[in-house]
Design a protein around this ligand. Structure first.
Ligand code: HEM
Length: 419
């Protein structure tokens, strides 16, 4: 596990279902799209989310990301309306404004920490679409500070034994402080919503106005858990993918030139808007290829009863692993998988892929609720940056891949050149 990405990609050479010895738990890795598709879609009823998510529920509560079965179904119905396609144009306007404010700080020749800039951008987009604007800039600044501490602390807690959380070290104090801040901010938002009715444009106001078939709304605790889950699921995933996009552009001049030419033709120097997204077709393919090369690397499920995958029997209670990263780098589905080739996503070539071979956002009932949001955000962000800046790799800077919850660069310093 010192080289987790090599490890997960090597598993397919041992079979389509591979038994692993990870402590006392029986554990199986699924390396064929057909079996992954079965667990996520066709046979999904026989599986819960598994160990990783169960552990996360200790500090994320029963938000959308950590729940399974009926509880998940109810949670999904409550959160889904915030991602309805009719809401995307309004979010896109926020995405454009936030991206503009990030690049406005850059100066020609400046070395930009692109990993941090993209994380800030993603955090800014989430804060400005999730929270009511009436909550004020102070609350928004607190949210900005609390969320990274919350995500980082959560990752450490997923990897380390449970007693670690009780050790009185600075990082645990920061995590507890971030959790309390989050609770207070959501409490404030709920109170403000009660007073004013909310502006209804943000996701939080929408969660607060949700009613189920019996007319019942969400409790404060449920709203809090959904908000925290959304924040944790949205920010670092999108931020890291954006950083990798610019890393790949910096390494492939010809692809960079095609993106710049498309952005110039479609936008003619003005900021992008929702209506421009379909016309940015090549840019969209570069985003997809970035998601193929740098997707989540490991996701768990648990079999609730004994199940057969072809000739392999898996006992009830077994943990299952699937890796979008391994599937995306399997030469059976992607020729020369390490080659960065956006034209793999030309419609006629993409159509030939088997179902389940490309799943950066998962599939089935637990599929990423933020997929359309994330794709719009990434396209808006890269079009905004590429309209004005060329980001060149900093000579001598070595960029390494770090696999934690998602795959992110250890650092990404790049030189901003005005276009
Ligand atoms: C590049 C960006 C992103 C990637 C690669 C990504 C990936 C994923 C994946 C693979 C899952 C499924 C996990 C599973 O099978 O258990 C997931 C779930 C989820 N994602 Fe994303 N995500 C991204 C961005 C976002 C954004 C922007 C949001 C919200 C604004 C979001 C919110 C969620 C939520 C709430 C879930 C849980 C859905 C459910 O259980 O019903 N994600 N994401």
């Amino acid at each position: 596990m010192r080289r987790p990405l090599d490890f997960v990609t090597s598993l397919a050479t041992h079979g389509d279902v591979v038994r692993l010895r990870l402590g006392a738990l029986p554990c199986y890795a699924l390396t064929h799209p057909e079996w992954v598709q079965h667990v996520l879609v066709g046979g999904a009823r026989d599986f819960t989310r598994g160990r990783l998510f169960e552990k996360a529920s200790l500090f994320l509560g029963e938000g959308l990301v950590t729940s399974s079965g009926r509880i998940h179904h109810r949670a999904r119905r409550a959160v889904q309306p915030a991602f309805h396609h009719q809401r995307i144009p309004a979010y896109t306007a926020v995405m454009g404004r936030v991206a503009e404010s990030v690049v406005a700080q850059w100066r020609p020749g400046q070395v930009v920490a692109v990993d941090r800039a993209m994380n800030d951008l993603s955090l800014g987009v989430l804060a400005n679409t999730l929270l009511p604007s009436g909550l004020g800039s102070r609350a928004s600044a607190e949210f900005h500070r609390a969320l990274p501490a919350l995500s980082r602390g959560m990752m450490v807690r997923l990897l380390l034994p449970e007693w670690w959380a009780r050790v009185p070290v600075a990082s645990n104090r920061r995590f507890d402080h971030a959790r309390h801040t989050m609770e207070r901010l959501v409490g404030q938002a709920i109170a403000a919503h009660r007073d004013t009715g909310g502006d209804r444009e943000d996701m939080l106001s929408l969660l607060l106005t949700q009613r189920d078939a019996d007319g019942r709304g969400l409790t404060g605790r449920q709203v809090h858990d959904h908000v925290t889950s959304l924040a944790v699921a949205a920010v670092e995933t999108t931020g890291a993918t954006l950083a990798w996009f610019f890393h790949e552009l910096g390494r492939h001049r010809e692809i960079e030139e095609r993106v710049h030419a498309e952005v110039d033709t479609v936008l003619g120097g003005r900021p992008p808007s929702f209506e421009d997204l379909p016309a940015l077709a090549f840019t969209g393919r570069v985003v997809l290829e970035t998601l193929r090369r740098y997707p989540p690397w490991m996701i768990t499920r648990r079999a609730t009863a004994a199940v057969r995958f072809g000739t392999v029997s898996v006992p009830g209670g077994a943990e299952l692993l699937y890796s979008p990263y391994a599937l995306h780098h399997d030469p059976r589905w992607f020729a020369a998988p390490r080659r960065f080739d956006p034209d793999r996503w030309l419609p006629e070539r993409a159509r030939a892929l088997p179902k389940g071979a490309f799943i950066p956002f998962g599939a089935g009932a637990y599929k990423c609720v933020g997929e359309t949001f994330a794709l719009a955000e990434m396209t808006m962000a890269v079009a905004t940056v590429c309209g004005r800046w060329r980001l060149r790799p900093l000579p001598g800077a070595r960029v390494r891949v770090v696999a934690r919850a998602n795959i992110h660069p250890n650092r990404l310093p790049m030189v901003a050149e005005a276009r």
